[in-house]
Design a protein around this ligand. Structure first.
Ligand code: MG
Length: 394
């Protein structure tokens, strides 16, 4: 049997999902929407090669997704045009000359089943041009520009078109050539074949082969993914980290906890401002992101960190998290000290930490504990802090 190549149209802008990035680059169950779509074609045994068409500004991001996941079928990533028809035309130019069947698929339909791709390819071999579609369940109204109903088409004959759409290569090439000559514009590839006088058959689509267009579609798609069970169940895109620190209490030093200076006859000794609470918190954040610890990031042998405010270090940790694609969504910390009482300062500490990490104050939980006079905290020799942080993958 002849070669089969797929064109994945990924040139969307994401305006309708309210994001400033292409929606195909946004995460769905922990990986970009486009990665799910490409994975489906990688697994479809009937497809030999994939041509990915992306908006010019997304070419780099798409190449990273392909390289990161090792999608070996994606041999060409080509810049799209102003509209879908232009983009698919450019994708078609990149399809090999000896190809028997061309499959066109929306990058925004990440849940496409291998059986649907296979049925489309076989359908194209048999009939020349096919489109996956579902019978329409709602009654459809045709309205005029004043929103007055003009007609009600017979529902039994209405099908909603999805992708994949598959074509014998000469059929699709002739339809695009005809559209270029005549200036015809269509919203999908099948409609070009129809308008050019060709015959297109419908094959059964699937309910879960949704097109991700609005924010609600992400929720629906994640629910479908979760319902598939076994290996396909998504791993929650969150990570947890733990931190611990101790500093000695001495005379003649300010006491800074959680970025807040607290009146006290004794302060904590250290290379920086010795903010034991922020140190434990930073270790928790770095730990959750797999970025080591503050000793590695800000060594106490480095004079640049002598006397530095730990809030400045926390700002650097926040930037490291951003660059690694993590967002803090919750932090919980305990300060172990006989005195002073930390409770009165907790709101100010939480506000400071939340502002630096870009999270709501109510997700920063800080509490004080004593050790009933036992051990070094009980004797007032030092203060310890423990922290747990939860990060979400962006
Ligand atoms: Mg420390």
């Amino acid at each position: 049997m002849g070669r089969v190549e797929a064109i994945i149209a990924a040139g969307g802008r994401g305006r309708r999902v309210g994001a400033d990035r292409n929606k195909l680059l946004l995460p769905l169950a922990g990986r970009p929407v486009l990665a799910h779509t490409l994975e489906a074609f990688e697994r479809a045994a009937c497809v030999d090669r994939v041509v990915l068409v992306a908006a010019p500004q997304d070419l780099g991001a798409c190449a990273e997704i392909v390289a990161g996941a090792g999608f070996r079928k994606v041999e060409a990533i080509v810049p799209g045009g102003p509209e879908r028809q232009d983009s698919v035309a450019r994708g078609l130019d990149a399809v090999g000359p000896d190809v028997e069947v061309v499959v066109v698929h929306d990058g925004a339909r990440p849940l496409v089943a291998a059986e649907t791709i296979h049925a489309a390819v076989e359908g194209a071999r048999c009939w020349g041009a096919v489109v996956a579609a579902l019978p329409v369940r709602d009654t459809i109204k045709v309205v005029d520009s004043a929103c007055a109903v003009v007609s009600t088409p017979e529902r039994d004959r209405l099908w909603a078109a999805q992708t994949p759409q598959a074509f014998q290569a000469p059929v699709l090439r002739e339809a695009f050539a005809w559209a270029a000559r005549s200036g015809h514009r269509g919203t999908d590839e099948a409609s070009l074949v129809e308008a050019a006088g060709g015959r297109v058959m419908v094959i059964p689509g699937r309910e879960d082969n949704i097109k991700i267009t609005t924010p609600a579609d992400f929720l629906v798609a994640e629910a479908f993914l979760a319902s598939r069970g076994d290996g396909a169940r998504p791993v929650p895109p969150v990570s947890v980290g733990f931190g611990f620190d101790v500093h000695r209490l001495v005379a003649g030093r300010p006491l800074v906890l959680g970025g807040v200076e607290i009146p006290s006859p004794l302060g904590l000794l250290g290379h920086s401002d010795a903010d034991v609470l922020l140190h434990a918190l930073m270790d928790a954040l770095l730990g959750a992101a797999g970025l080591g610890d503050i000793g590695r990031c800000f060594p106490d042998t480095d004079e640049r960190y002598h006397g530095i405010s730990s809030v400045v270090l926390l700002e650097r940790v926040a930037e490291m998290l951003r660059q690694a694609g993590w967002q803090a969504i919750h932090a919980d910390a305990t300060v172990v000290a006989e005195k002073p009482k930390v409770a009165p300062y907790v709101p100010a500490m939480a506000a400071k930490v939340a502002a630096v990490l870009g999270m709501p104050e109510e997700r920063v939980n800080i509490k004080g504990k004593t050790t009933e006079g036992l051990g070094f905290p009980g004797r007032g020799e030092g203060i310890a802090a423990y922290a747990v942080a939860v990060l979400r993958k962006l």
